[in-house]
Design a protein around this ligand. Sequence first.
Ligand SMILES: Nc1ncnc2c1ncn2[C@@H]1O[C@H](COP(=O)(O)OP(=O)(O)O)[C@@H](O)[C@H]1O
Ligand SMILES: [Mg+2]
Length: 368
Amino acid sequence: MNIASIKIVGARNLVSCDLDFGSRFNVLSGENGQGKTNLIEMLYLIGTLRSFRAKNIRELIQFEQEQLYIKASVEKDASEHNYTVIVSETGRKAYHDDKFVRSITKYCRDMRIVLFTPEDLRVVRGSPSDRRRFLDRAVYGWNEGYLSAVQSYDKVLRSRNSLLRDPSPMLDLLDVYDVKLASLGSEIIQWRCEYLNELLNGYQKAFYAINQSDAKTVAFSYESSVSPDLLKTPEQIEPFLHHLLHEKRGEDQHRGSTSIGPHRDDLIFCFDGRNAFSFASQGQLRAMVLAWKTGEMNLLGKKHGDWPLLLLDDVSSELDPARNEYLFQFLRTTSSQCFITTTHSDHVLLDDDRIDFTVSNGVVSRQD
Ligand SMILES: Nc1ncnc2c1ncn2[C@@H]1O[C@H](COP(=O)(O)OP(=O)(O)O)[C@@H](O)[C@H]1O
Ligand SMILES: [Mg+2]
């Protein structure tokens, strides 16, 4: 799958544009603050209907404008389809081949995007919510039903939390929410653990390839209110969560929020049997994230028989030369369409199949 062309109007600082892309490496160079990440954000939006940095999607609309319009022409299996996203004050609307699509899952079905940003490189030492978001983003692309399970879970969680804060809550309704949360929560936990299991082997191989001099073992640990033993027996997760929600209800009412469930879980990167957060060096931490991202691409490529599209936002300047070389060597072995932003085009170690763009003051220009 690749984005052959895109039209963007009214997005952040980007001047309205019509761009044709190459099917392999599209390199976007420019100084800081010119609009490179904004363009990556729009590509991410057209593929996932979400932003990776705005809390509210309306932030993507250009100041003083009423709406943001993006239309992309996507090539897949020798046919061409268009995808349109319009964001206005009333929210976001999505169209596939000019037909309105209500379901985000339906819209995203054929789009697979891997995003890799400098924030990802810091995720091991970031907050648990950063790590959950990092993991969730990977699982969204992997499992079609995952996004809608997470959205439903969040909705029930918000309802339960507001009911917990009610001085005289309807207990029957809390019972209903507990049943739903346990069921959706158990699905989410299972999919996350399944994903980590699938990823582990490729992740370890990539880590050793990147850190050849380092014989340390790396792994993941999913930290949850569900014990590791129970995580191995998926059918027991739901009744356990249900039991725990019931048991913690009084405590949760006191604090006004739900204290257990996948929204509180964490992904631990292990290094030599310990939490990498405390024991791995900066370079090793970055190698772990790089290994994750190459593993994520490999998994999607294998599962769907088609490489995902890669959005690589200014990552090279944060990697040392050897790891940067590894990254580009890996990308050359794939057939992914890649969008690579950089402030230093000499960090982009690519000679062939490459189209260059400059981004300056919101103007994106193709260099021929
Ligand atoms: N909604 C918006 N409308 C207009 N300009 C915006 C909007 N949001 C951000 N910007 C501008 O976009 C620029 C940052 O662009 P960005 O893509 O992050 O730069 P970089 O090239 O460093 O990645 C800033 O100048 C910021 O003021
Ligand atoms: Mg940027």
